[in-house]
Design a protein around this ligand. Structure first.
Ligand code: F6R
Length: 622
């Protein structure tokens, strides 16, 4: 939640547009993190200049006009997802700090002790112009700067005073070539350029300027100028060797490339995404997970797996349960991370916790990871964003390799998460000898056919698109499925709710008769995800019966079924075909028509598919 950018460049011979251009470009790349307001600040002729506007980044661009230039060597910027204080111009960041407004600061996170600090500062005569917790941090930092005269040391002291989660970036009129930053529980990366350096909530902020990045650890303070990057820890000691890495994503991956929306583009990228997740895993007949830093002997002692995740990632986790229990004979629980964290879960040293997160920054999931590790559990993270907090705090990390996901609604990461769960399940089966290596190789061979099958689905989307356009006035849509079709139904409903604002529910089809069938009346659209008739016959026939049950009560049935499955024909108003595959692997195919349905329907309603209302991509507050 909230995107932040920072830039430090060379002294301009004459006024330059570079700092502002970099900040605006970075914000446009991070706008998916929040779009309630946007703002930037620079230092011009010895004083802080800033502009900020409620609403999307375009409002800020309009306010700045054509090609603004500045003598500033530095810039900071912010795009907001509101927590404390509504989405107004006043509450937009940057916030000014100090009695003369000598400092500008942007913040991502929540400062939990802001109320006490605000009272203290007001008693000292500091005045506030917003309702935000962030303005408090601006004044605390300005006060620390006034006392010690060194911006890095001031930031270190400020970090010591703040409770909660934050990334802070600040510039000060007395340090004209410097951006100072710090983080606790919120993301921050440094981009290392040639004669210029960058800061961002994630690498998308600067990936078109540099591929070299540096991680910043918990409670560390980083001071950036055009030519230097210095990191200190909470005690003020120099961090000698901060982790550096090369960014694998190229800049074009973070652009729409001719598609009407990032979501449409990311849906179309799914065959390649899953191909990347699966790439290079079979070596000499064995499934190899190089990143698995948990000892195989430890993996053999595991007696329970708990998957923790939120939203779409939790739906991917629900698929993992069916696969891992079947292949490995280990009980698997799937928990929403926020529910796991604040009850008293039974977790021991023999529990393997699997944390699934596209961003690697979801605060609920991070807190669940910390809690699990405190109980002695081993944690493996399945994440997409390299260098993010969850993989760094886990015992091992398996990366999805699906490339940057920009649209708020998750699509290709969902498929990457499911594919990673299959890899993890098969790896555990190999380590724990519940399958012979040749059985695993056969399953992997089938799994490796999935990218082509995904492509087949993607090449035949017109029927679903047409259906979606014809249903743009629908007010309620139901989704039914059994086995891995159940999480698919949940995911189909989630996509429709979040981007098309249509009431939607996903049910286990077997649950229907226990209550939800009362919702069905004449014309009610019901999607049904049908498992392969070639898998477990009883499962297939049960779902076919469920279609009949809703149809008999007037439902309009939209059936997703395997090619050649003619049993569904008498009861389906529309049949959407997917290629044949194993029952377990079908989760990678059947969700795609549902993603397209939601995307097309929202587009037909004229909605902003990539930036749905009230949402942000990374939920970095609890
Ligand atoms: C829905 C969606 C969210 C995320 C959830 C977890 O389309 O994107 O439900 O799946 O916020 O996010 P990550 O995977 O980043 O932890």
């Amino acid at each position: 939640m909230c995107g932040i950018v920072g830039y430090a460049g060379p002294a301009a011979a004459s006024p330059s547009s570079r700092p502002i251009d970099v900040a605006l470009q970075g914000l446009s790349r991070l706008e998916y993190r929040g779009y309630d307001s946007a703002g930037i600040a620079v230092l011009d002729n010895g004083s802080v200049l800033q502009a900020k506007r409620a609403g999307k980044l375009q409002n800020l661009r309009n306010a700045l006009g054509e090609q603004p230039v500045t003598t500033s060597r530095v810039a900071i910027g912010h795009t907001r997802w509101a927590t404390h204080g509504g989405p107004t111009d006043e509450n937009a960041h940057p916030h000014r700090g100090g009695r003369e407004g000598e400092l500008a600061l942007v913040h991502n996170g929540i400062i939990e002790n802001f109320h006490a600090l605000r009272t203290e500062l007001e008693e000292e005569g500091y005045t506030f112009t917003s309702q935000t917790d962030s303005e408090v941090a601006a004044h605390v930092l300005a006060r620390d700067m006034e006392q010690c005269g060194d911006l890095t040391e001031a930031m270190r002291r400020t970090v010591g005073r703040l409770e909660g989660a934050f990334t802070l970036l600040a510039i000060h009129r007395d340090a004209p070539d410097t951006v100072v930053a710090a983080r606790r529980n919120s993301p921050l990366v440094v981009g290392l350029g040639d004669g210029e350096n960058f800061l961002g909530s994630d690498v998308a902020a600067f990936v078109d300027a540099t591929t070299q990045a540096m991680e910043i650890g918990q409670d560390q303070v980083v001071t950036v100028t055009a030519d230097t990057v210095r990191v200190i820890d909470a005690d003020g000691a120099e961090v000698a060797d901060p982790t550096r890495y090369t960014i694998e994503w190229d800049a074009t991956a973070a652009q729409k490339g001719g598609h009407p929306s990032f979501m449409a583009k990311e849906i179309q990228e799914q065959a390649d995404a899953v191909r990347s997740t699966l790439m290079g895993r079979m070596q000499d007949g064995l499934l190899t997970l190089d990143e698995m830093q948990i000892d195989e002997a430890v993996l053999r002692t595991i007696d329970k797996i708990v998957v923790v995740a939120c939203g779409t990632a939790a739906n991917a986790g629900a698929v993992a349960k069916y696969a891992i229990e079947h292949w490995c004979r280990i009980p698997v629980e799937v928990e929403l991370a926020h529910e796991f964290r604040y009850r008293d879960p039974v977790v021991t040293e023999k529990t393997l916790v699997v944390a699934i997160s596209q961003s690697g920054e979801t605060m609920d999931t991070l807190m669940a990871v910390r809690h699990a590790r405190e109980q002695g559990a081993k944690v493996i993270a399945l994440c997409n964003t390299r260098g993010s907090t969850i993989p760094r705090e886990s015992d091992a990390a398996l990366y999805l390799h699906v490339g940057p996901e920009i649209a708020v609604a998750s699509t290709k990461a969902y498929l990457g998460q499911i594919a990673s769960c299959y890899l993890l399940g098969l790896f555990l089966a190999q380590v724990r000898h519940t399958f012979f290596p040749d059985e695993i190789a056969a399953l992997m061979a089938d799994l490796e056919e999935l990218p082509d099958k995904i492509q087949e689905v993607l090449d035949n989307t017109e029927q679903v698109a047409e259906l979606a356009r014809s249903m743009k006035d629908a007010t309620s849509v139901l989704f039914l499925g059994r086995h891995v079709g159940y999480p698919t139904a949940m995911e189909g409903a989630l996509k429709l709710k979040e981007i098309a604002y249509i009431h939607a529910e996903g049910f286990a089809a077997g649950e229907l008769k226990h209550g939800p069938i009362a919702l069905v009346e004449e014309g009610q659209p019901v999607f049904v995800i049908v498992p392969s008739p070639h898998g477990r016959h009883s499962l297939h026939s049960k779902v076919v019966s469920n279609i009949q049950e809703v149809r008999a009560r007037g439902a309009r049935t939209l059936v997703i079924a395997e090619e050649g499955d003619d049993d569904v024909l008498p009861y389906a108003d529309h049949v959407i075909r997917v290629p044949q595959t194993r029952v377990l692997f079908a989760a990678l195919l059947t969700v795609i028509p549902l993603q397209i349905f939601a995307c097309e329907l929202a587009t037909a309603k004229g909605l902003d598919v990539d930036q749905p209302r009230n949402l942000a991509k990374s939920v970095t507050v609890e």
